[in-house]
Design a protein. Sequence first.
Length: 295
Amino acid sequence: MEKIISPDIRHSEDELKQLFTKTLKLSSLWYAYELLKDDSDFCDLPFSEQFYELGKVCNQKRLENKYKLLKKNSNIPASEMLQPASELAKNNGVTISKIELVVNKLIQHEQGIVIVNGPAGTGKSTFGMSILDHAMKIGYKTSYYDYTCEMMMLTSMYDRRDAYNERLSRIYSNKIIVLDDFLLNNTNPTSQLSQSSDTANTCSREITCLKELLDSCRANGCSIIIISQLTVDTWYERIIADCKNSKFAVLAVDAVMDRLLADPLIINLKGQSRRRKGKLQKVDMEVSDLKDLKK
């Protein structure tokens, strides 16, 4: 563990109290003492500053343990967990400062929405996973969801309200979630049911579930990263096309789009597929907001 002793810096009692609010644990203190006791700079500090340095080590240890637990429960595909933010920056030219920009957008008290667009293979999912990984390292609970699978789960539970509400609460209890492959697949049934008049009801239910998911996340401060191969300007027509048999489709889709596009940070990844020929390709990254798109 990297440790930095600053002999010339003095900290107030309030800073000490704040540091130890969540880190005061005897085993952690002993771990910190064992780590620092032979450091000459640490030994030369006054007691209050030694106490502060011990607290910093305890806090770092707490975050490391919490990170391991959060990562285990994040639902992130195992292959994606091999791509931390530092590796993403190295392979794709996406700087850590840009990742921190996105994280800062998402960890505000109010809900934030980040939309990541780009062709297949440009690293959209990897970028989203790196955001989650970065957030977990500073102590935030995050989770990954495949949009199609999750919407199928929610729509199937819709009439069982207890199970449905429990599923929703599991989602919005996170600080940040990823909805991957947004609108890539049609979540309507592919059986004969999809050829009947029930198709409109199924689509309306999906739109209702998506609206309730967005509302629940906003009400509980859960930010969303939406990853899609489809550009934002095509979403409305795509959803309307799937719901063409529903007389309430226009109003429902309008409500969903208003929520999705209230104040998003939009990231466009460009370049050739990183999977093509097994070679890693550089990806250009553009960050904008909805105002830029309207110009």
